[in-house]
Write a protein that binds this ligand. Structure first.
Ligand SMILES: *Cc1c(COP(=O)(O)O)cnc(C)c1O
Length: 475
């Protein structure tokens, strides 16, 4: 027997009502975000056993919702990383814009399934509108297809699935039906500085990393276009995908798109551009020239949760060949109705999931809050702050900035590997700011990425002071 609503245990509704519960959660979020610039950026001093203990063991009985939310926030807040704060420079990590944060709360409350227009007309229209905005803003050709994916990994995987379809169908092979057994071999030509998510996508797509034909890159990480020509000539008989990069993950370097894309297309290759953060250079006034010609590629992937400062999970896969995109990722089944039509696209046809969160709402909110000029200003400001880091650090004895700071990335060396590791570790433990380490051309380096709307010049100055203090500490 189904219980009537009256039989629903009281613990499944908030004791003070949902409004009080949500207000409590909102207060916790606001309180956290107001203080996020004050406390340690990384919770080095926290004993994770305390967090485990505060979470308790699997309860036998229900708990009222308000108590649940309070216990959760109390238990984990101390172990949070202030990556949404102003002095987190690890990986490439944006904060979150206020409108996008609130839109994420609405997304959760509405609990829409963004699979198709029948599961959520709102999500379908929203993604259609927002995808067109993104296409325009990023300077991609009108009419490209797009999917709202989980991030850069999702974007690279979807785009390379479309590429796999494209190059194999040109070779007369239906990969969706026949798979890869017996298929013509596909070569993937990519710079040695490609992001590791390209390799994972190749593994998942059955192409395998042995399909890679590596191409030399310059010291700064841009693909060597002459070596690309050589690689293309050596694979010219095979279906070929070329992976280029907007924003090398360490240096922020860009490939020479006009030359590389023209040469790839002469050989009939599909060109995919991984632009997880670097594609946003298209919007900055001072950085636009870096992506000149990128619009001639065949697919592009970028992140929302990095530089656009949208909450996780937000990424976008764009494709100049909508039919290849849909062939690679759509599916249908007898019980499914309301797939996309000419009147309204089916958002699920362009991504890897079926049921999924309406993850486009946050992106719309971020773009609406910033507008074109706001995104441009965000990109330009982060780059100016990266240069501020570089200029100040370069004047300190024993410190070398090793990359050309063309975007928002700064690579710093402190004499030798040992000293560099020691400084990175001391800065991280200081709680003042957080930057990671990397190994680049065999050298250990501190890697600084400025990607948050919250970061100010004062935050950079304070972080430089923390780095100098760490350097001066006796080992
Ligand atoms: C971060 C990044 C990715 C992966 O993006 P996720 O959002 O972490 O999946 C891919 N490529 C580059 C260049 C990146 O910086």
């Amino acid at each position: 027997m189904t219980p009537s609503p009256a039989d629903r245990p009281a613990t499944l509704t908030a004791s003070g009502g949902l409004r009080d519960l949500m207000q409590y959660a909102a207060d916790r979020v606001v309180g956290y975000r107001e203080r996020v610039g004050d406390g340690p950026v990384f919770p080095s001093a926290v004993d994770l056993d305390d967090v485990r203990a505060a979470l308790g063991s699997l309860p036998d009985e229900p708990t009222p919702a308000t108590a649940v939310v309070e216990q959760l926030a109390d238990a984990v807040e101390r172990a949070l990383v202030a990556s949404t704060g102003p002095r987190y420079f690890g990986f490439v990590t944006g904060g979150v814009l206020d409108a996008a944060t609130a839109a994420d709360v609405l997304t959760t409350g509405w609990d829409q399934n963004a699979f198709n227009p029948l599961t959520s007309p709102a999500a379908a229209v929203l993604e259609e509108v927002t995808g067109a905005w993104l296409t325009d803003l990023l300077g991609l050709p009108a009419g490209v297809s797009f999917g709202f994916v989980t991030g850069g990994q999702g974007g690279n995987t979807v785009c390379l699935a479309a590429a796999r379809h494209g190059v194999l169908s040109d070779a007369g092979w239906d990969v969706e039906r026949r798979g890869l057994h017996g298929a013509p071999p596909v070569r993937v030509v990519a710079g040695t500085g490609r992001h590791a998510t390209i390799d994972r996508a190749l593994r998942l797509l059955g192409l395998g990393t042995d399909a890679l034909v590596p191409v030399r890159t310059s010291l700064q990480g841009s693909i060597d276009v002459e070596d690309l020509g050589r690689a293309l000539a050596s694979t010219s008989a095979d279906p070929t995908i070329v992976c280029l990069q907007a924003g090398e993950v360490n240096t922020g370097a860009f490939d020479d798109f006009p030359t590389a894309i023209a040469s790839a297309h002469e050989h009939g290759a599909w060109v995919h551009v991984d632009g997880a953060f670097g594609l946003w250079a298209a919007v900055g006034r001072a950085t636009r020239h870096l992506v000149a010609g990128v619009e001639r590629a065949d697919s592009w992937s970028t992140d929302g949760h990095k530089w656009l400062n949208v909450p996780y999970d937000a990424g976008y896969a764009f494709c100049a060949h909508p039919a290849a995109h849909v062939a690679a990722t759509s599916y249908s089944a007898a019980y499914l109705t309301g797939q996309g039509s000419d009147a309204l696209r089916g958002p699920g046809d362009y991504v890897l999931e079926s049921s999924r969160r309406a993850r486009g709402f946050t992106t719309w909110a971020a773009l609406r809050q910033l507008g074109r000029s706001g995104v441009a200003e965000l990109v330009d400001r982060c780059c100016a702050l990266a240069r501020r880091f570089a200029h100040q650090l370069a004047t300190v004895d024993g410190v070398t900035v090793v990359n050309d700071v063309v975007l928002n990335q700064v690579l710093v060396r402190f004499g030798d590997d040992e000293q560099t590791n020691r400084v990175i570790d001391a800065v991280q433990r200081s709680g003042e700011c957080w930057m990671g380490g990397t190994t680049w051309h065999g050298m250990r380096l501190m890697r600084i990425s400025v990607s948050s709307w919250r970061t100010t010049e004062a935050d950079v100055d304070r972080s430089v002071a923390a780095i100098v203090a760490a350097l001066q500490q006796r080992p």
